[in-house]
Design a protein around this ligand. Sequence first.
Ligand code: DOR
Ligand code: ZN
Length: 455
Amino acid sequence: MIFETLLIRGCEVVGPDGVTQADLLIEDGRILKMGRGIRHARARVIDASGMLVFPGLVDMHTHLREPGQERSETIETACRAAVAGGYTAVVAMPNTNPPVDSPEIVVSVRSKANAVRLVDVEVAACVTRHRSGYRPTEMGRLAGLGVRLFTDDGTCVRSAAALKLALTNSARMGFIVADHPEEPSLVGEDLVSQSLEEESRFGYGARERRGVGCINEGEISSRLGLPVRPREAETVIVSRDLAILAAVGGRLHLQHLSTSDSFDLLKRAKESGLSVTAEVAPHHLVFTEEAASGCDPVYKVNPPLRTRFDLEAAREALVEGVVDVVATDHAPHAPELKELAFEEAPAGIASIEIAFSLLYTELVCNGVLSIQDLVRLMSSRPAEILGLEDHGGPLQEGSAANVAVFDPSRTWEYDPSVSYSKAKASPYAGRKFNGRVVLTIYRGQVVFEEERSGD
Ligand code: DOR
Ligand code: ZN
């Protein structure tokens, strides 16, 4: 492969301790030189004065929808969306159709992602066969293939015994067991479980979603008369998982935590020395259940949008370092599915293209986090947890050139109709952002460059 030599000039490099001005010379997929006043006769020069440059973002929670749900997204559209958002590595969730529960499917998703070659795709596998929650997958064989993370995301690992086995294996083999913490019987999904094998074969539709919880339990849900997903559904599984972790060890990662109670439990577990990490999703940092009160399905997501108190607790958990990572839970759905009634529409919000701009605007510009905090939460820490040595920085001479260039002075309005993702219904439509990813470099090559047409 022929690499173009790139000279990024005059940028502000975001490191773990702050921002320093430097030029970056990139050649053969690596950062060859970093410092001031670098010159090079042949390089393509990118004038990046005033731009922030940081290690490419790493998303621990991305739904690529292949195989089987290509109407909603494909590996290629998801990866294009990812690089437009400044990501250079993503973890592909296994709740596809069929789910990623065998070595054959891991290999097939991986080879498609390699053909696209826009970001590193870490293929996660299910904890249980058919993602049905009970019969474990062949974790040893899958780990042997390099699977770093197991999850039944979409639902929790239903059987506590299956979770115990997974964590026991994790302690021996080193992989991560990630869980979507919501107790199925408390969110109206215990009946759905009976048909899960069929669901995983055929996908499940609007009819089956009727009666399944779709909104936080509280005044708003009572007024609307909708089936609920109460906060204690999350508390129950977080507590269960931590109890099993304390008993057998291993590495537990809690996905998209959404309640103050979860953050309290997480904090205590960490204080007691348990090997647990956790993520929050962007939507839980910017929306509350109020947003869903108009029954617009763009605000339907699992776990649901919670209260103002929970949102503040999530932000505090980031500030205090209780939560390790912001992961997008990029969950695209075909536009026609998000046009169904609230109760029947699928849950999920697509955000990988705008997550960094959103949180830069809401948290960095408002003084909640520093820029280096945000880069740690969205790049360095997830890379460290996953053991992705070529990602997460710090950017320095010799390191792999996975880099995002961000223009903090750009203000823009998000128009999902021109997004790379196939998900066009978005709660962020028309939202104004400060700052935009203008260039993404993956292994030394420019994989995204903003054409200044979207303003
Ligand atoms: O809202 C959600 N959508 N939450 C999940 O856990 C799964 C995801 C999906 O796959 O659509
Ligand atoms: Zn989930």
